[in-house]
Design a protein around this ligand. Sequence first.
Ligand code: SF4
Length: 113
Amino acid sequence: MRTPAGSECPYYFEDFHRGREVQTCRLIEDNASGGRWAPELCARCPVPRITLANACPSMILEARVVSRLLGLRRGVEVSAYCTKSLQTVAEPEIGCGQCHEGFPAPLAPQEEP
Ligand code: SF4
């Protein structure tokens, strides 16, 4: 679903149908220590970029609201974990790399006779 910031995020949910006013981040909501989410946080959240770059089904994300600049600015901190390699993923946009090991090597371009 498209966030208030205009990016696609699989964790954003809104419902303004028939007088409802529901907006939520299901990723932060699922984290017991995720903090208090607000729609403006989507503009500073790395999750849409991560999910666009890496659709690995083995990687799970966790997000929480953090305060920066002495509490003047709030943001979203994201951590990733791979359920296949059982390790923390340092760069979620790239992944842990284990799934890529099974891919065949790219073919070299063929020379024309
Ligand atoms: S805060 Fe991030 S993860 Fe949550 S709905 Fe907004 S863009 Fe998606």
